[in-house]
Design a protein around this ligand. Structure first.
Ligand code: NAP
Length: 335
């Protein structure tokens, strides 16, 4: 069935490209949205940014995505998502949205390389790791301070490292770091962890991991390279130095939604506000994944939101193309 708006698919004129579905972001939500839109013959374009896959591509292994009983590497998973979307006609562009105008139709999205006029936009811009904002952090980033164990763990072979945080990311990455590091000290600001019980048990049982409870890092010490952190006990207020070669920070994320400020509804934490059908307040603009999800933030839930957003975008395009409201389910049946 062809229900595209005047069959425009992806017309390119004067650096402007007219598309039916523009997906901004290439993590699990974006690539799943692209898969669904592609299977509805809408030739979606995905603005992948400079790094395909978002945060999951930096994850060493994903063990809780169904269908991979032995787990799957984050980067490999993203490659599979991309291949599957491309197989049905999605186009992944390594380009970044720099400006949007959602006030009129078609919706306009400027990028480094041109401009898109889009009938629908699906925002899946994900989130960025939070910083501690303590002295030494900025100066030492890349010199012992890191936000990605998969990227930088190798540099800490037989070294002592500190991991900051008590959530799933901190524990998962701390366990990963024990492949290389001689010791991993997890510094957590409370005396109980936020992470799930399986990860907690694995971390507690790992002989290379120790915990410093009720402590925060107040300063990162070093010159050319990190040589320690200053810790403050959150109960007694006492401060002390702790020697370490590296500091890995996993204290949560901030949604990447600045681009949409003033045009879409954003909550006090920076998440895009969507209804349960992934609609933003602008008709034809949908959001999915971590940019719009303060609650679950899993690969599986982001992918699910991406699928839902695409189904609604398909429905929207179909309604625009027809006077008669039609049934919303337009994705191809499984074969
Ligand atoms: P998170 O769940 O928000 O945990 C952040 C941790 O950092 C918390 O323990 C928090 O302490 C601590 N923290 C926050 N600000 C801090 C600060 N300024 N100084 C010191 N500590 C600070 O973040 P996440 O671990 O990145 O996880 C994000 C989401 O992804 C979660 O939904 C998680 O379940 C999911 N995830 C899942 C997996 C998995 O299932 N395998 C893996 C990774 C992430 P408090 O506990 O005291 O608040």
């Amino acid at each position: 069935m062809d229900f595209s708006l005047s069959n425009l698919s992806t017309n390119k004129t004067d650096g402007q490209q007219h598309v039916e579905v523009l997906v901004i972001g290439s993590g699990p939500a974006g690539l799943t949205a692209a898969l669904y839109a592609a299977r509805a013959d809408l030739n979606p374009v995905v603005l992948a940014g400079m790094d395909l896959g978002g945060q999951v591509s930096l994850t060493y292994t994903v063990e809780n995505y169904p269908g991979f009983p032995e787990g799957v590497g984050g980067a490999e998973m993203v490659e599979l998502f991309q291949k599957q979307a491309e197989r049905f006609g999605a186009k992944v562009e390594f380009d970044t949205a720099t400006e949007v105008d959602l006030s009129k139709r078609p919706l306009r999205v400027k990028t480094y390389n041109g401009e898109y006029l889009a009938e629908t936009v699906i925002i899946t811009t994900g989130a960025t790791p939070l910083h501690l904002n303590v002295p030494g952090e900025k100066e030492m980033t890349g010199r012992g301070v890191s936000y990605c164990a998969t990227c930088d763990g190798w540099f800490f072979k037989d070294k002592d490292v500190v991991v900051v945080g008590g959530g799933d990311s901190a524990l998962e990455e701390a366990i990963f770091l024990t492949r290389y590091a001689k010791s991993v000290t997890i510094v957590h600001r409370r005396d109980s962890l936020r992470a799930g019980v399986i990860l907690q048990n694995r971390a507690m049982e790992n002989p290379k991991i120790t915990f410093v409870w009720n402590a925060v890092v107040t300063q990162i010490l070093g010159g050319e390279a990190v040589h320690g952190v200053r810790l403050k006990d959150t109960v007694t207020g006492e401060e002390r130095e702790h020697a370490t070669d590296g500091v890995f920070i996993f204290i949560g994320h901030k949604p990447n939604t600045e681009l949409f400020e003033g045009q879409l509804e954003i909550d006090e934490l920076g998440y895009l506000i969507v209804d349960k059908l992934m609609h933003t307040r602008v008709a034809g603009v949908f959001a999915a994944g971590e940019a719009a999800d303060p609650h679950f933030r899993q690969v599986i839930t982001s992918a699910g939101m991406g699928a839902a957003a695409a189904m609604q975008a398909i429905h929207f395009i179909q309604e625009q193309a027809s006077d008669e409201p039609q049934t919303p389910v337009l994705v191809k049946s499984e074969s």
